[in-house]
Design a protein around this ligand. Structure first.
Ligand code: 5GP
Ligand code: ZN
Length: 111
């Protein structure tokens, strides 16, 4: 498996993990675009939102709940934060393992 996020899940690649449960993993982005920049991923390999099935409904909801919990932990709930799924080429998706970006800790530019 060449997927680098699967390698992070399997501890074959180092990362700064901030949350793990049986279905989800969250770790710090190595090139942060904001003071808080965390990636929240399913442990199941799904290439992008475009590949979600009905059976993934609960999983995708849980990614948001983990993001909310981490936003509280990192004290950005009050000031606000952004959650982003990049999907495909035009959105600039570079890693083909579904990931939710949690960004915050500064006023975020839009577009
Ligand atoms: P995308 O552009 O696909 O939405 O986001 C991929 C993100 O993964 C980028 O923000 C990039 O900085 C981050 N990233 C790429 N390689 C690694 C890595 O090996 N470890 C970590 N922690 N983040 C990575
Ligand atoms: Zn993967």
């Amino acid at each position: 498996m060449e997927c680098i996020f699967c390698k992070i899940i399997n501890k074959e690649r180092p990362s700064e993990i901030v949350y793990r449960d049986e279905k989800i993993l969250a770790f710090k982005d190595t090139e942060p675009k904001a003071p808080v920049h965390i990636l929240i991923i399913p442990q199941k390999h799904i290439p992008s939102v475009d590949y979600l099935g009905k059976e993934d409904r609960e999983l995708i909801g849980e990614l948001c709940l983990v993001a909310r919990k981490l936003a509280k932990e990192y004290k950005i709930s009050g000031t606000g934060y952004r959650l982003v799924f990049n999907v495909g080429k035009d959105a600039g998706q570079t890693i083909d393992h579904l990931h939710l970006h949690l960004l915050g800790g500064k006023k975020l530019p839009w577009a």
